[in-house]
Design a binder for this molecule. Structure first.
Ligand SMILES: [Zn+2]
Length: 294
């Protein structure tokens, strides 16, 4: 029943300031999500970060994840499917290769929101001292008990490291958060002074071309090339390397970020093409293509 199209989610949420730059000014982006359910997204007028117009609270999100999320989007049962594990290993290889170029052999890593642990497993096989944490109980249990990995079942607020690490990685996690600045500051607390933060998220500037696939309840924030740089800059981090593929990846470290105003201007330019009218046009084209394929 909860997945019927053209209905609303049973989450009230509330209007919040931009969780990245703090501005209250927004532009409407869309009224729908990929299930054709009513879900308003807005774009920050100051930094172009995309977010829900009515942001769920941590408690509402927790209820949503517990009741609806997996049936809605992952179709998972107890722990990951074989297909999921294969796919995550395939992604882990290139990510590890990119990061390895910046690390000494045996470096210590933490994977933030590690899911079923494939990146950690492959990093260990490559000689790194890798560990992580995952808030989803089934995936965390699978990683720890079935794969014998150092994975804790907790959120970022509760995780701590035995000793500062050389790098923190996080793949497709920050678009699910409500407080990204608190999270990145927490990450910095786990890292050595010259530690690296390797983050990858969906690039909304690419994803919106494909229609509405990227707009859904679990994606509370929508980043792109420059809002990802801004996230780092707000925490005093500079860009080490950018991986501008279909998704957007970036390695950051403490240093001298570009001025915030310049990054915000680039972000606004980058996302200027995405108005509510254009996104809605994409929505109907996407729907028509889907119906034709049936
Ligand atoms: Zn903003």
């Amino acid at each position: 029943m909860q997945n019927l199209p053209f209905t609303s989610y049973r989450i009230d949420g509330s209007r919040i300031a931009c969780p990245l730059c703090g501005s209250d000014a927004t532009e409407p982006l869309s009224d729908w999500d990929r299930r054709f359910k009513r879900l308003s997204h807005v774009k920050c007028a100051e930094c172009a970060l995309i977010r829900h117009e009515f942001m769920p609270s941590e408690a509402e999100l927790a209820r949503y994840y517990a009741s609806t999320y997996r049936a809605d989007y992952q179709r998972a049962h107890d722990g990951p499917s074989e297909r999921h594990v294969r796919k995550r290993h395939a992604e882990a290889g290139p990510r590890l290769a990119r990061l390895s170029r910046h690390l000494a052999p045996g470096a210590a890593l933490v994977d933030f929101g590690c899911g079923s642990g494939e990146f950690i497993e492959d990093a260990r096989a490559a000689g790194f001292d890798a560990r992580g944490f995952e808030p989803g109980a089934d995936y965390a249990r699978y990683a720890r008990d079935r794969r014998a990995l150092a994975v804790e079942n907790c959120g970022w607020q509760d995780y701590s490291v035995p000793a500062p690490v050389d790098a923190v990685t996080t793949f497709h996690v920050f678009e699910h958060l409500i407080a990204p600045l608190d999270a990145i500051r927490r990450v910095q607390g786990w890292m050595k002074e010259d530690g690296l933060f390797y983050i990858e998220v969906p690039d909304m500037n690419n994803a919106l071309h494909k229609g509405f696939g990227c707009l859904h309840m679990a994606h509370t924030l929508g980043f792109s090339r420059y809002t990802l740089e801004l996230l780092g800059a707000m925490a005093g981090m500079e860009v080490v390397e950018v991986f501008p593929e279909y998704d957007i990846g970036m390695i950051l470290r403490r240093g001298s970020p570009r001025p915030l105003g310049a990054i915000k201007a680039d972000a606004r330019d980058e996302m200027a093409r995405w108005t509510r009218r254009d996104v809605h046009r994409g929505f109907w084209q996407y729907t028509a293509r889907k119906l034709k394929r049936r």
